[in-house]
Design a protein around this ligand. Structure first.
Ligand SMILES: NC(=O)c1ccc[n+]([C@@H]2O[C@H](COP(=O)([O-])OP(=O)(O)OC[C@H]3O[C@@H](n4cnc5c(N)ncnc54)[C@H](OP(=O)(O)O)[C@@H]3O)[C@@H](O)[C@H]2O)c1
Length: 253
């Protein structure tokens, strides 16, 4: 797919990776970017980058009414980037209740799914276009430190495969992005190494252009994803050492 000339929508545009999506899309000759965030006040600095091409849109992907309103405001998109997500860093057993697990599932799974469902007809109208889902390597293998987050990303990986199959007929490219740890606020309590968000976004936009469906940006993701093919149990056992509540920030994995 050509990014030049496209009309993109980025959710979680004010976050670490989202901001880089907006900045790098601007370097292409995109026609328009809908920069979406939960609060317009957090988007002003992005709009200032190029007010002719960037339109701020308030969207909370957890709220069906908010997603419907976004469809009305952004009815011409060709590239949907589902980047919004959350990690509450809770364990599956040790967490005191199911609140974190439900919240992560609401945002990372149901929120992303409802954006895909809402915008699929618009992408069809525009000739196919592309959907990018920001998933995670720890959707492929559980990191117990953020066990319920890992599970929500595992669900989102499966959902992405199913959506890809359903949208093949309308010519929509569906890209699954599975980075390791990225240097943003969301991963501030996670161990090193961390890939820079700029690298994640570069690899993602390249995969959209090349029509590559699965992307593992950065050395850590490349290495672990290939290890998962040869020694999945070994990777599981390695990550099993990182338990909920541990002090991991600044340490090396
Ligand atoms: N950082 C990592 O190590 C890493 C690794 C793999 C995958 N990812 C994924 O990459 C994506 C971006 O994460 P990031 O690292 O850039 O984190 P971040 O800086 O914390 O940004 C997360 C963004 O998602 C938004 N968001 C959260 N809940 C939302 C909702 N209900 N509706 C709309 N927007 C919502 C946040 O908005 P507010 O500012 O309003 O909270 C924020 O803009 C996420 O899907 C994350 O799971 C991150």
């Amino acid at each position: 797919m050509q990014i030049n000339g496209s009309i993109a929508l980025v959710t979680g545009a004010n976050g670490g990776i989202g901001t880089l999506f907006v900045e790098q899309l601007l370097q292409f000759d995109v026609a328009k970017i809908y920069a979406c965030g939960r609060n317009n006040s957090k988007l002003a600095h992005l709009v200032a980058l190029d007010s002719n091409r960037i339109a701020p849109v308030e969207v909370d992907i957890e709220k069906p009414m908010s997603v419907s309103a976004a469809v009305n405001q952004c009815s011409d998109i060709t590239l949907l980037i589902n980047n919004a997500g959350t990690s509450l860093n809770e364990g599956l057993i040790s967490s005191k209740n199911l609140d974190a697990a439900r919240k992560e599932m609401e945002i990372n799974y149901f929120g992303t799914l409802s954006m895909c469902r809402a915008f699929a007809p618009i992408l069809k109208q525009s000739g196919g276009g592309a959907i990018v889902n920001m998933l995670s390597l720890i959707g492929k293998v559980n990191l117990p430190f953020s066990g319920s987050y890992s599970a929500s990303k595992a669900a989102a990986i499966s959902m992405t495969q199913g959506i890809r199959a359903e949208l093949t007929g309308q010519g929509t490219l569906v890209v699954a992005v599975m980075p390791g740890t990225v240097n943003t606020e969301l991963a501030k309590d996670w161990p090193n190494p961390k890939v820079e968000p700029a690298e994640v976004v570069r690899a993602t936009l390249k995969s959209v252009i090349d029509g590559e469906e699965d992307v593992y940006p950065g050395e850590q993701a490349t290495q672990i994803s290939s290890q998962l093919l040869t020694d999945p149990k070994g990777v599981e056992k390695y990550l099993a050492r990182f338990l909920p509540g541990m002090e991991l920030a600044g340490t090396d994995a």
